[in-house]
Design a protein around this ligand. Structure first.
Ligand SMILES: [Zn+2]
Length: 162
């Protein structure tokens, strides 16, 4: 049975000063509207009333979800690949600027087909990537030579070197 997770406090800092910041529609898969809330204390934004782990899977299942297929056929996909390449570079630079580190260790949760993990590894970062979808993990291996882990290993990460 599916159920929703309703936050009464910030999931990051536990402050109770949270309120709705905006409403957004999932145009790519479900067509449903979601509420994004913001914490007044740490400014973290998160999805309110998010589907729980048992029911969130279908929200990521789409034939059009290119990050899980990596095809380069067709004009739209070529355009997507070009934009993604540029976006990945910007993400890498953002991480490097914010951490003040050229390279280091990184935990990427929800890695999709591993494009970001691959980008960071090419720059010398040691990355642990977690992705619940086995199909996406397979594409990551085949497309980028990236070995992603199932999210079930999340709670054992802290006890070992990554
Ligand atoms: Zn907070």
């Amino acid at each position: 049975m599916s159920s929703l997770i309703h936050y009464t406090a910030c999931p990051v800092c536990s402050a109770g000063t949270i309120k709705e910041a905006l409403r957004v529609k999932d145009h790519s898969v479900s067509g449903e509207e979601f509420s994004i809330w913001e914490c007044a204390a740490c400014h973290f934004r998160f999805t309110q009333d998010v589907p729980d782990a048992a029911s969130i899977g279908p929200y990521y299942q789409s034939e059009d979800y290119i990050s899980h297929s990596n095809t380069s056929k067709g004009l739209i996909n070529r355009l997507y690949q070009a934009v993604r390449k540029r976006t990945l570079k910007r993400k890498r630079k953002l991480v490097q600027q914010q951490t003040g580190m050229g390279k280091g260790q990184l935990l990427d949760i929800g890695s999709g087909t591993g494009a970001f993990v691959s980008e960071m590894e090419k720059s010398g970062w040691r990355v642990t990537g977690l992705e619940p979808d086995s199909g996406a993990r397979q594409v990551a291996r085949e497309s980028f030579g990236v070995n992603l882990q199932d999210t079930s290993g999340f709670f054992s990460i802290a006890s070992r070197s990554i």
